[in-house]
Write a protein that binds this ligand. Structure first.
Ligand code: BTN
Length: 309
C-alpha cells in the first residue's frame, strides 16, 4: 500500500481529526512529507479538510468514491458517468482484476437490462457490477445470480425493513413493483467459470416510477433519501462471504425463503417460445420447474417470467 492510500486508510479508520504527528509516526515519514501527500490527494479530489488539529476526511455517507470504502478501496472503480458498468467490469476482468472488483457509476448512459432491454440509470440509483471468479462448475453459474438476488433482498429487508421478494430468476420486487434488476455476463474456461460479472441496478433515490410504472425506489417506499454506500457495503459483505464457500443447495433454499414465483401460474417468455404453467419448484441449478396444463413438468433455465394468479 502506497503512502497516500495508507493516509486515507488512517483517516477512514479514525473517522475524526488525525494529527499530522500521528500520520507521520504511522507512515515513518516527516510531517512535511505528509503535508505533500495530503496536498496531492486534495488535488486528486479527495475531500480532506485541514485544521490546526490535523486532517479529516469529509464524511459523505452517499459518496461512492473508492477512498470511502476502507480496505476495499483498491477494488472499487468509480465512474461519475459511463455507458454501462457491465462494459467497465468486462474490461477490468479481461485485464486480470482481482475477485470482487466493483465498477460503480453515478449514471449510465447505456444501462442494459435483461433480454436486450434498456436499464434507465438516472442519478440517485445504485448501479454497479461485481467481478467474481468463483471456483465452481459451469452448471452452477446461474446460481450466482440467484445468490446475488438473495443477498440484496436480505440487505433491503434487514437494513430497511422493506418487504423485498424474488421473482424468478432474480428480480427483486416490493409490493409487486421492481426495485432491483440483475444482469450477468460470463466467460468460461473449459467446464469451469472463468469470471462472472454480476450487475445490479437498485432504485434508491432515483424516481423510476416516472419512466416505468412497474418500478419503485427505496426513497419512495421510505419517504427519505438513503445513503447508497451503506447499501453497497452491506451487500458486498454478504455476497463476498457467501462466495468464499459457495453452497448451491443453500442458495436454492434461501431463494425459496424470498420466493414470490413458486405456487403461482406464470408464463415465461424466452427468445424462442413462451411456456405457461404452474411454477412448482426450482431445480438444483436454479431452473424453474413448471407443471404444464397436461400435467407434465418442464424446466425453463432463462427467460422473462410473468406472474398470473
Ligand atoms: C434487468 O432486470 O433487466 C437487469 C437490470 C440490470 C441493471 C444493472 S445497472 C448496473 C449494471 N450495468 C448495466 O448496464 N446493467 C446492470
Amino acid at each position: 500500500m502506497g503512502p497516500k492510500q495508507k493516509i486515507i486508510q488512517l483517516l477512514n479508520h479514525d473517522g475524526g481529526v488525525v494529527s499530522g504527528e500521528t500520520l507521520s509516526a504511522e507512515l515513518g515519514v516527516s510531517r512535511v512529507s505528509i503535508w505533500k501527500h495530503i496536498k496531492g490527494l486534495v488535488q486528486q479530489g479527495v475531500p480532506i479538510q485541514a485544521s490546526p488539529k490535523g486532517y479529516r476526511l469529509a464524511t459523505d455517507p452517499d459518496s461512492l468514491h473508492p477512498y470511502h470504502f476502507a480496505s476495499r478501496q483498491d477494488r472499487i472503480h468509480f465512474y461519475e458517468e459511463t455507458e454501462s458498468t457491465m462494459d467497465e467490469a468486462m474490461r477490468l476482468a479481461r485485464n486480470g482484476c482481482p475477485d470482487y472488483t466493483v465498477a460503480v457509476a453515478l449514471r449510465q448512459t447505456r444501462g442494459r437490462g435483461r433480454m436486450q432491454r434498456v436499464w434507465s440509470s438516472d442519478a440517485g440509483g445504485l448501479y454497479f457490477t461485481v467481478v467474481v471468479r468463483p471456483d465452481i462448475p459451469l452448471m452452477f453459474s446461474g446460481l450466482v445470480n440467484l445468490a446475488a438476488a438473495v443477498d440484496m433482498a436480505d440487505t433491503l429487508k434487514s437494513g430497511y425493513a422493506v418487504a423485498a421478494g424474488l421473482k424468478w430468476p432474480n428480480d427483486i420486487l416490493v409490493n409487486e413493483k421492481k426495485i432491483c434488476g440483475i444482469l450477468s455476463q460470463m466467460e468460461a474456461e473449459g467446464d469451469q467459470v472463468g469470471y462472472l460479472n454480476i450487475g445490479l441496478g437498485l432504485n434508491v433515490n432515483n424516481q423510476p416510477e416516472s419512466v416505468e410504472t412497474g418500478a419503485v425506489s427505496l426513497k419512495s417506499l421510505l419517504g427519505r433519501s438513503i445513503p447508497r454506500r451503506e447499501i453497497l457495503v452491506a451487500f458486498l459483505d454478504a455476497f463476498e462471504k457467501r462466495m468464499e464457500s459457495f453452497d448451491p443447495a443453500a442458495v436454492i433454499q434461501q431463494w425459496k425463503l424470498h420466493n414470490l414465483t413458486l405456487g403461482k401460474r406464470v408464463h415465461v417468455a424466452t427468445v424462442k417460445e413462451t411456456v405457461e404453467g404452474l411454477a412448482v419448484d426450482l431445480d438444483a441449478q436454479g431452473g424453474l420447474i413448471l407443471q404444464l396444463s397436461d400435467g407434465t413438468l418442464q424446466t425453463v433455465v432463462h427467460g422473462d417470467c410473468f406472474h398470473g394468479r
